[in-house]
Write a protein that binds this ligand. Structure first.
Ligand SMILES: NC(=O)c1ccc[n+]([C@@H]2O[C@H](COP(=O)([O-])OP(=O)(O)OC[C@H]3O[C@@H](n4cnc5c(N)ncnc54)[C@H](OP(=O)(O)O)[C@@H]3O)[C@@H](O)[C@H]2O)c1
Length: 203
């Protein structure tokens, strides 16, 4: 069985998007700088078929490629699915489990990379683990991470820290309201334009 991991890019003050995120401005006001590191290097990394490659530094490319090779399934919340306009049908991890209260019928069809889960995050993780087999399940949105952490279902938290303060927006650990949770630091890699941090959740 693989692990349940998490990965997103965060500003130093803890935001994964700026205020007023929308399909027109996916990372919110000022948030586009979070992803500078995806386009500021000279090493190509393909995230998914049909999507142009990222261009990152050598250090970041190694990390991304290792992570991609381990992805067996991904989980996102419905806001990101809508804001990303369903990634044009090419999610950055497949199969893609989308947690939502309302299934978008236009994506329920033969060959769709999406599986919509309406009975909660624990169910999404259970289904994603089955699909992933020996590989990892990666959670990629803040809201879903918070619920998964509360349920004690996350094994590793990987955060790519972008060198900026956003000052507001979507907070990665908003309203967690758990007691303290101990983490073991398993990775610190400084790359140009980003610092890759990894933690194991101590259970
Ligand atoms: N920095 C990065 O690396 C990065 C990467 C990806 C995305 N982003 C950005 O991060 C932000 C993510 O937003 P977010 O974390 O607030 O939202 P999210 O996780 O993408 O979506 C939250 C939505 O998922 C549905 N949902 C959540 N839990 C549910 C449950 N238990 N049962 C049924 N439905 C449930 C609800 O939508 P419904 O009620 O409408 O179904 C809820 O409003 C976006 O701005 C996105 O662009 C940043």
């Amino acid at each position: 069985m693989g692990k349940v991991t998490f990965n997103m890019t965060m500003s130093l003050d803890g935001f994964v998007a700026g205020p007023n995120d929308s399909p027109e401005k996916g990372l919110g006001d000022g948030g586009e700088g979070l992803f500078n590191w995806y386009f500021s290097g000279d090493t190509e990394v393909y995230m998914s078929e049909g999507v142009p490659p990222l261009k990152v530094s050598k250090q970041s490319a190694e990390i991304l490629k290792a992570g991609i090779s381990m992805i067996g399934a991904g989980i996102w919340g419905r806001r990101t699915f809508d804001i990303a306009r369903a990634w044009g049908g090419h999610p950055p991890g497949s199969p893609a489990f989308i947690v939502t209260h309302h299934v978008p019928q236009e994506w329920v069809k033969e060959g769709s990379p999406f599986i919509f889960v309406t009975d909660g995050v624990e169910s999404a993780i259970r289904q994603a683990k089955e699909a992933a087999g020996d590989k990892d399940v990666v959670i990629c949105t803040a809201n879903i991470l918070q619920q998964a952490v509360k349920a004690g279902l996350v094994d590793e938290i990987h955060v790519d820290v972008a060198p900026m303060l956003l000052g507001g927006g979507v907070s990665l650990f908003d309203h967690l309201n758990t007691g303290p949770i101990d983490l073991e630091c398993i990775r610190v890699i400084q790359a140009p334009d980003v610092i890759h941090l990894g933690f194991r959740v101590v259970k």
